[in-house]
Design a protein around this ligand. Structure first.
Ligand code: FAD
Length: 503
């Protein structure tokens, strides 16, 4: 893969080819390839790059079967190869048309010349499917029944390609014996054959690709195959030394927020023996933010207020961190100020030691703070933070850049904030920006080694949790902004914080 081209960078979910890498990449490949030959000086290629990136994003999970790539014909080293491929002009297409074209190309391969990682996309016959009813199996089988010209079934087959635990097949409406046996009257429909031999019609909020795929990905035991060959842990109790804490995924747990603050104050920051200059300012701003916006007004707020007042009245340009620790441990015995000194992960617990926990709690904390700021925009008045149009994100950005132990995360977040925060003008845009940025990180990390199979990294909230957050427009999935806003305000709002397991 060549160095980044001008319109596309290695951050994009596609492969940047050059004359030397094109043929080795596509010849005898186990995947099919769709390569856009573009020219970096051509105006509509520049405008079209957004569409091509959307396509690459849209079919990202089809990766074993299909690779999306670009090659810049304006680069001198590529002149010859563009001539050889007879590239004379640069047309444009809609994402949904290219996606359908891709499926047609994949399906038109014969059994013999099909790239080896492409699944069969042909429809199944009643005679092949009916014998499966009532049979036990070690996985789910989903049957999508649809009109012959519909692409939904094939898109869902490809969307689930990287997932184990479910096999997707399609059948078309002319298979009357199947329609009769399953009592299917609405198309497209999705029918589920369970491992125990029973079968049911699956209810999907909308009969669309995104909803079908999300539903199947959320079935018990269905997980993205790890990109390494590390086996997926199955039994939670055996893998983690911590006792498993039952919890409800629709709630946010104060125990996670408190454990996160405990780690941040007593472990992450404690590696700095003194704080001064810019570091001290970042720390002060973080403490002020939490003191003003942490919901609940309980012992944690009392402690953060005490800490904040102490830091603000302190005339020293440099403080020993031990003094902060003494305060956090409440050596002064200020009544009602307390922060538990143990890690008790609940919504952030993991199936394997070393995953989730602290970074999960940090995201959660800042989502809660953005939602609190949206609910109480005056809360930061007279703190010096109120002048900024995105005060919570600016403090988060500075904290992550200065103190967060994962430097690579810090670099990515700083790059996103540097370019993205200019467009944030009010508390509503602030909470949406963080949600969007978190999703961008989820997408980048899907299938990585830091993914806990019990908590797959995926666009959040899923369609089953928030149907009104999702829509399809011109055949492409889009978020419904109002639906997302409503959901975030509720999910991270003070009324949804559970005190269960908290100190
Ligand atoms: P997390 O991503 O930590 O999410 C925690 C919880 O938040 C989820 O369980 C879900 O309930 C909810 N949630 C998920 N998505 C959203 C959303 N879009 N909006 C609101 N709530 C949501 N790791 C890396 O390997 N590389 C990085 O570059 C990187 N950058 C990071 C940057 C920041 C600022 C932070 C705080 C963490 C970063 N991490 C990075 C860590 C990574 O994002 C995860 O936090 C970590 O892998 C643990 O994942 P998790 O499964 O607990 O889910």
């Amino acid at each position: 893969v060549a160095a980044a081209g001008r319109l596309y960078t290695e951050e994009d979910p596609l492969v940047i080819l050059s004359s030397s890498s094109l043929k080795p990449a596509v010849t005898n490949s186990s995947s099919a390839w769709i390569v856009q030959f573009y020219s970096s000086w051509c105006g509509h290629c520049i405008q079209y790059s957004g569409t091509w990136k959307s396509l690459a994003q849209d079919v990202r999970d089809w990766r074993p079967a299909v690779g999306v790539a670009v090659l810049d014909c304006a680069q001198e080293e590529n002149y010859d190869v563009c001539k050889e491929f007879n590239i004379k002009f640069y047309p444009t297409f809609k994402v949904s048309s290219v996606r359908q074209l891709l499926i047609d190309v994949l399906q038109n391969h014969t059994e013999l010349d099909r790239p080896e990682r492409c699944p069969p996309l042909r429809p199944h016959r009643s005679a092949e499917l009916l014998p499966l009813l009532g049979q036990r199996s070690d996985h789910f089988t989903a049957v999508i029944v649809e009109e012959p010209e519909s692409y939904v079934g094939r898109e869902v087959i490809l969307d689930l390609l990287q997932f184990s635990g479910v096999e997707v097949k399609r059948a078309v409406s002319s298979e009357l014996p199947l329609l009769d046996a399953l009592n299917i009257t609405v198309l497209p429909s999705i029918y589920l054959l369970q491992p125990n031999g029973t079968h049911t019609h699956l209810h999907s909020e909308k009969p669309q690709r995104f909803f079908f795929s999300s539903l199947l990905r959320s079935l018990p035991g269905v997980a993205r195959q790890s990109s390494s060959s590390v086996p997926v842990p199955v039994d939670v109790q055996q893998q983690s030394s911590e006792p498993w804490r039952e919890f409800d995924r629709s709630l946010v747990y104060l125990a996670d927020l408190e454990s996160g603050l405990h780690y941040l104050l007593r472990v992450e920051l404690a590696s700095h023996s003194t704080l001064e200059g810019a570091e001290l300012q970042v720390f002060k701003d973080f403490v002020t933010l939490v003191a003003k916006l942490y919901p609940g007004g309980g012992s944690v707020v009392k402690l953060m207020e005490t800490l904040s007042d102490w830091l603000l009245t302190l005339p020293l340009p440099k403080i020993p961190y031990q003094a902060v620790l003494d305060l956090v441990d409440n050596k002064m015995r200020i009544s009602g100020a307390y922060l538990g000194a143990e890690l008790r992960w609940v919504g952030c617990q993991s199936s394997r030691a070393g995953l989730r926990g602290y970074p999960c709690s940090l995201w959660t904390l800042f989502h809660v703070l953005t939602v609190q700021h949206d609910a109480r925009p005056d809360a930061l008045d007279n703190t010096g933070l109120e002048a900024d149009s995105a005060p919570v994100l600016q403090v988060m950005r500075r904290y992550i850049r200065t103190f967060f132990g994962c430097q690579e995360c810090g670099r990515h977040f700083e790059a996103a904030a540097a370019s993205g925060l200019k467009s944030v003008h009010n508390p509503e845009e602030q909470l949406l920006w963080l949600w969007q940025q978190h999703n961008a990180v989820n997408t980048r990390l899907a299938g990585s080694l830091s993914e806990d199979p019990l908590f797959p990294k995926a666009p959040w909230p899923s369609a089953s949790v928030c149907p009104s957050c999702h829509e399809e427009r011109n055949g492409v999935h889009v978020w419904n902004r109002d639906g997302v806003l409503l959901f975030l305000r509720r999910h991270y709002g003070a009324a949804n914080l559970s005190p269960r397991y908290a100190a």
